[in-house]
Design a protein around this ligand. Structure first.
Ligand code: C2E
Ligand code: MG
Ligand code: MG
Ligand code: MG
Length: 297
């Protein structure tokens, strides 16, 4: 149907204007369909949080995890956030999605706590568009109170762009974060700009080296130099440093040898379902012989 419409537009004297307007209409339709589906997904619990563990590179202990949203779409299957977050960000849906993520992680933490699991710090990604309404923090405080969990267990991952906008618009009350001991991490560190401004002004606890840097560690001497400088910078600032996207031993070794404390990536573990992550937590709290790799089944 859409194809034939485009074909007709092309046929009618190769009218470029018409051609593009049909294409744009299709984009709008597609966006509308995803928005509608996503609204349903939120109501029908089609979203799911996966947890990607973070490891200490020396002790090999699990030190935390990052919650990553997934969508079990009824007809399109298992969707990763890149395919729907941007569209969600073009409407109010991103606010509802963020609220859902924060409620779900607090609910999960409370459940694990009730089962007697030894918990680790969990991080939540917060998108630029979510901050616009100035209610992310209030939402977190509400959920923390409602599920009666320790706010210290939470960390927020924001990109440099989001953070700098935050300073300008005074969107996020970073003082509250500090007071509640909620950690603040700069995600994809090194890919944005004004990093030093962020570091100077904000109570940053963690630098998260972008996976693009990790990927090129062995092949690009500049990237290796920048990465070691980021590790050194974190050390001098007295904050933590974690590398994301570690896929092989060579990368892990480079990071370890250059003083990076923590890492995350497929080499150690893929993002896990809640049940598999709970298994990993059990193993790491009850045995000395800690398993580094736990492949997702
Ligand atoms: P991010 O926060 O930078 O997360 C890292 C991404 O890298 C995740 O993709 C993760 O699955 C993937 N990854 C982990 N280990 C490796 C590895 O060894 N190699 C490679 N190539 N990739 C690895 P994912 O889950 O598709 O998420 C993509 C982005 O979507 C995230 O980037 C984050 O910005 C955003 N996102 C995910 N969940 C949420 C959420 O709940 N809320 C918001 N606002 N954003 C989210
Ligand atoms: Mg992240
Ligand atoms: Mg990242
Ligand atoms: Mg990244």
């Amino acid at each position: 149907n859409a194809d034939s419409a485009m074909y007709r537009a092309k046929e009618s004297g190769r009218n470029n204007y018409k051609f593009f307007s049909v294409e744009m209409n299709m984009q709008v339709d597609q966006q509308f369909a995803i928005e509608r589906d996503l609204r349903l997904a939120l109501e029908q619990e089609q979203l799911e949080l996966y947890y990607q563990p973070k490891f200490n590179l020396i002790s090999k202990e699990v030190v935390g995890a990052e919650a990553l949203v997934r969508w079990n779409h009824p007809s399109k299957g298992f969707l990763r956030p890149d395919s729907f977050l941007e569209i969600a960000g073009q409407s109010e849906l991103i606010i509802d999605l963020g609220d859902w993520v924060r409620r779900e992680i607090c609910r999960q933490l409370a459940q694990w706590q009730a089962c007697g699991l030894e918990l680790v710090r969990m991080s939540i990604n917060v998108a630029d568009k979510e901050c616009a309404k100035n209610r992310v923090l209030q939402n977190i405080l509400d959920q923390v109170m409602h599920y009666d969990i320790d706010a210290k267990l939470l960390e927020l991952e924001l990109t440099e762009e989001t953070l700098t906008k935050g300073i300008r618009n005074e969107i996020t009350d970073f003082k509250i974060l500090e007071r509640m001991d909620i950690q603040l991490a700069i995600d994809d560190f090194g890919t944005g700009n004004t990093s030093f401004q962020c570091l100077k002004e904000l109570p940053i606890d963690v630098l998260k080296i972008d996976k693009e840097f990790t990927r090129q560690l062995a092949s690009n001497a500049k990237v290796a130099a920048i990465t070691t400088t980021i590790i050194d910078l974190a050390k001098r600032l007295g904050i933590s440093c974690i590398a994301e996207g570690v896929e092989n031993e060579e990368q892990a070794a480079f990071l370890r040898e250059n003083g990076c404390e923590y890492a995350q990536g497929y080499f150690f573990s893929e993002p896990l379902t809640a049940d598999n992550f709970a298994l990993l937590l059990k193993k790491s709290s009850y045995t000395d012989n800690k398993q580094l790799t736990l492949q997702q089944s």
